[in-house]
Design a protein around this ligand. Structure first.
Ligand code: ZN
Length: 192
């Protein structure tokens, strides 16, 4: 069991690494082929990889939403290196261990509209439309928060489970495995 968890965690960390190197180019190619007619949206390979690393509740929400509106899941688990980078680039205010992305399975995910161009980062309406569907399909089974609703630090791609800290180290003990492996020396898990 432990070996399986270790390799899954490694897999999930590498999703982020692969994103930076190859997915950006792939996305550009894909979004230039807009003529392709699709009856109902389905998740592409990048989203599928991130889905595998998400909490089952979030996975269910995303799978229900994709039937209504098209989007890509660009991030789920964020490793220490990725979290440090996000912090340094001011994309996140959280140090490693303080973000719901830093646990396995991930208690948050980030999405972008599909198809997507760089100008869409500033298109609040596109993110809002997807967030509305996500919140709609999540209710009443589970409450989620959208980063676009935050007053002080708008994080429009971000979705997280409400009260996500309650999921750490309780029903999903493997999260503490990740925390103890990467986090013990500098940042002891404050929520364990
Ligand atoms: Zn996020």
């Amino acid at each position: 069991m432990e070996l399986h968890i270790e390799s899954t965690v490694r897999y999930c960390e590498n999703v982020g690494e692969r994103s930076r190197k190859s997915w950006y180019h792939a996305e550009k190619l894909l979004s230039s082929h807009k003529s392709e007619k699709i009856d109902m949206p389905t998740f592409g390979a990048r989203s599928q990889k991130n889905l595998k690393c998400m909490h089952p509740l979030l996975r269910r929400v995303a799978n229900a939403a994709i039937e209504h509106i098209n989007f890509t899941i660009i991030c789920s688990v964020r490793s220490k290196a990725d979290q440090d980078q996000a912090y340094n680039l001011k994309r996140s205010r959280a140090h490693f261990g303080q973000s719901p992305h830093n646990y396995f399975p991930s208690l948050a995910f980030d999405f972008i509209p599909y198809p997507f161009t760089d100008e869409d980062w500033d298109d609040l309406a596109k993110f809002d439309a997807i967030a509305k569907v996500l919140k709609d399909v999540a209710t009443p089974e589970v409450a989620i928060h959208w980063g676009g609703d935050w007053a002080t630090f708008k994080d429009t791609p971000h979705i997280e489970l409400q009260d996500w800290r309650k999921y750490i180290g309780k029903s999903y003990n493997i999260t503490s495995l990740v925390v103890s492996k990467y986090n013990s020396a500098v940042h002891p898990n404050p929520y364990a």
